[in-house]
Design a protein around this ligand. Structure first.
Ligand SMILES: NC(=O)c1ccc[n+]([C@@H]2O[C@H](COP(=O)([O-])OP(=O)(O)OC[C@H]3O[C@@H](n4cnc5c(N)ncnc54)[C@H](O)[C@@H]3O)[C@@H](O)[C@H]2O)c1
Length: 274
């Protein structure tokens, strides 16, 4: 399978990585963002639109084989900002896909949908181990993203794959990232697998590399065809030298959402940020 992918949030960090990698995997890109793309690539279509604009989104998805929906507020913010961009935006993307007959949508969820979930006493954590336990308004919006995906899969038969992304970054910069890193190469591989998996129906999978210190189960992601190539452990020695070995009892390491579960992310603190 190949064809045109509508990539929302294309001007962002993960968008930049996917704009580099997905064409090499055979996908033509229609790159959409609310801000203009400043570094157009050959063969790429461009759309400036807001994902909360249903009419614009219905036009933008027309003729696409799939949507990869990254656009939104990508960290904690006010409830108004997060709920509008992430919940209303995802609703518009799914509704536009349904109206235009686009059969598959890949949604950027987040580990913060279940950030308060503790590290299991033994064995890796599956995606469906317990209820979602969001750690922030941002995390709540990602629970809603997954719920909207589930609704559109069950009610309208769309294939919807939700990626519970860990830390998508060029390289790990904290000792928590030794567990949560999703390398640029693996960002492309994971999204490509989510686009190609035969009839996934509704799926929620962790989005991390094959990290030696990882504790989120990659069985479901691998079942889609994801083959991670990278392991954050190659950065461990340098990070541990600076920060020390992680204390696994510290909430930063003992909970899925790490720092987002600490008081620094209480809503009042966030509202007061500039
Ligand atoms: N980077 C990570 O480590 C990480 C981890 C977990 C989940 N995610 C999720 O992955 C997605 C992409 O993350 P990122 O790091 O590239 O984020 P980013 O903030 O770098 O990019 C987000 C992009 O979305 C665009 N955008 C925001 N609101 C929009 C709207 N209403 N309409 C159209 N465009 C809009 C922004 O202009 C921006 O270019 C986000 O949904 C984020 O929540 C990222």
């Amino acid at each position: 399978m190949s064809g045109t992918v509508l990539l929302t949030g294309a001007a962002g960090r993960i968008g930049a990585v996917l704009r580099g990698g997905l064409p090499e995997r055979g996908w033509a890109l229609r790159s959409l963002d609310v801000v203009p793309i400043v570094d157009p690539r050959p063969g790429e279509e461009h759309v400036v639109a807001d994902t909360t604009d249903l009419a614009a989104m219905t036009g933008a998805v027309s003729g696409a084989a799939a949507v990869v929906h990254l656009a939104g507020v990508s960290g904690e913010s006010t409830w108004a900002a997060v709920s509008h961009a992430n919940i209303d935006g995802t609703h518009c993307v799914l509704e536009a896909a349904r109206r235009a007959g686009v059969p598959r949508v890949v949604l950027a969820s987040s580990n913060h949908a279940t950030g308060f979930t503790p590290r299991p006493a033994s064995g890796p954590l599956r995606e469906d181990d317990g209820l979602p336990r969001p750690d922030t308004f941002y995390g709540v919006s990602k629970v809603a993203v997954e719920a909207l995906g589930s609704l559109y899969a069950d009610r309208y038969g769309l294939d919807v794959v939700c990626l519970r992304i860990g830390t998508a970054a060029p390289e790990p910069t904290t000792t928590r990232h030794l567990s949560t890193w999703l390398s640029p190469t693996d960002q492309v591989s994971l999204v490509d697998a989510a686009l190609r998996a035969p009839s996934p129906g509704f799926a929620v999978v962790w989005g991390v590399s094959a990290n030696t210190r990882g504790w989120w189960d990659l069985t479901a992601a691998r079942a889609l065809g994801y083959e991670p190539a990278d392991d954050a452990e190659v950065f461990a020695e340098a990070l541990v030298e600076v920060h020390g070995e992680p204390d696994l009892a510290d909430p930063v390491h003992a909970r899925v959402g790490g720092e987002f579960t600490t008081a620094e992310f209480d809503a009042e603190q966030v509202e007061e940020r500039p």
